[in-house]
Design a protein around this ligand. Structure first.
Ligand code: GLA
Length: 388
């Protein structure tokens, strides 16, 4: 991979490159829509991701090219004007990142050329945008020798998403992509940012990623709507009890307060998901640590049900693929992963029947939905870093 993209860099920019970088995509094992509710998440970085090849320029310009989106050609902007522009398309992600690094008072004396190539399926909810943000972060840090911590790059990536792009997302994606480690998932408390690396050993099982190939249309506006509903629910509960976030409540405490939301059934459902999902995340992590895969799998199934019934972010495609996966012999659990409204689901599948699983679920999905799903075996790799 390294050599191919180095050669491509040279073709596009007519110069030798200075370094090759990689930034993963992510899956979330459990803990969905809990990050912005001050709860826990349990994601892992993938070996799939975005590669970047870069070199410094001797002027103030930044030239970026993506092998995945050749139709936009080389997009150009300048260190002197790092405002969001719709015409800059995907280049707004690297642009926003560079802008916020500079606003943090790090010195970027000259511009750069960057060649991007990603093998994360686009729009599938595996965080290709956070992958580009963190990739840009490690490239800039390395090229200009900035002493900026990975956690700061993670926070700046989130800021790009929230303030530059306008999606009100939480910290999970950038955190998983920046801090991930091979063969580990991260149990992250999104309120305190304390985290723990938990080894993922699934004796005899693999994690299947199932892409519904349903584009996440309207996902951003629905996402922001859910977030607003959770904030509204919290505000009502706060009239009765001093509580910082929905993530601070356990099921029992929530049960006591739930009558306050009686008149707003939607808010009740959204909050119930946020609270119960957070509890499931803690239980699932404990189960995985104890190698209790059956409990882990059951909690994955429960998570999907809650996302379907209470949070209402699944939709026909995700529900169909997850139900088909859950019905396969030997599968211990399946659920949607990421924001929902299309995108991907995951399943824990016996290694020796993986091919059969793909065939069966694929066939059933095609029959019910009318187009194909795609499947990948998830491999957990390192977070964003320089490769050579
Ligand atoms: C998206 C967001 C994350 C998180 C998930 C849902 O991936 O970017 O911050 O909220 O959805 O868990």
């Amino acid at each position: 991979m390294g050599n191919h993209i180095k050669q491509q860099f040279q073709k596009v920019f007519q110069q030798e490159s200075e370094g090759v970088f990689f930034s993963p995509g992510r899956i979330n094992l459990i803990g969905e829509h809990t990050d912005y509710n001050g709860g826990n998440v349990f994601p892992a970085s993938l070996t799939m991701g975005t590669y970047g090849v870069a070199r410094r320029r001797d002027d103030q310009e930044i030239h970026v090219y993506s092998e995945n989106i050749p139709e936009t050609g080389v997009l150009t902007f300048s260190l002197d004007d790092l405002d969001y522009k719709a015409d800059d398309n995907w280049a707004n992600y690297p642009k926003g990142m560079i802008r916020y690094i500079i606003e943090k008072n790090y010195h970027i004396p000259v511009g750069m050329d960057i060649y991007f190539y990603g093998n994360i399926p686009n729009g599938a909810g595996l965080s290709s945008s956070a992958s580009i943000e963190l990739l840009t972060g490690v490239i800039v840090r390395d090229l200009f020798d900035l002493s900026i911590e990975m956690l700061d790059l993670v926070l700046l990536g989130k800021k790009v998403e929230n303030e530059f792009i306008g999606v009100n997302s939480g910290i999970m994606d950038q955190f998983a992509i920046g801090m991930g480690e091979k063969d580990h998932a991260l149990l992250l408390d999104c309120q305190t940012l304390e985290y723990e690396k938990v080894p993922v050993h699934l004796d005899g099982y693999v994690i299947a990623i199932m892409n519904t190939n349903k584009r996440r249309a309207l996902a951003d506006s629905k996402y922001n709507e859910r977030r607003g509903e959770c904030e509204a629910a919290l505000a009502i509960l706060q009239k009765e009890k001093a509580v910082d976030s929905l993530g601070a409540l356990d099921n029992e405490a929530f049960h006591q307060l739930a009558p306050l939301l009686q008149e707003q059934p939607n808010l009740l459902k959204r909050a119930r998901h946020a609270v119960s999902e957070n509890q499931r995340t803690l239980e699932a992590t404990a189960a995985l640590k104890e190698n209790d895969l059956l409990t882990f799998g059951r909690l994955l199934n429960d998570s999907h049900r809650s996302l379907k019934e209470d949070y209402e972010v699944t939709g026909k495609e995700l529900d169909t693929i997850v139900a088909a996966a859950q019905a396969q012999p030997g599968v211990i659990g399946a659920r949607m992963t990421g924001a929902g409204f299309g995108g991907c689901a995951i399943a824990i599948v016996p290694e020796n029947t993986y091919n059969q699983f793909v065939e069966n679920v694929g066939r059933q999905y095609q029959k019910e939905i009318g187009y194909e799903a795609s499947f990948y075996q998830a491999k957990i790799g390192d977070g964003a870093k320089r490769l050579s």
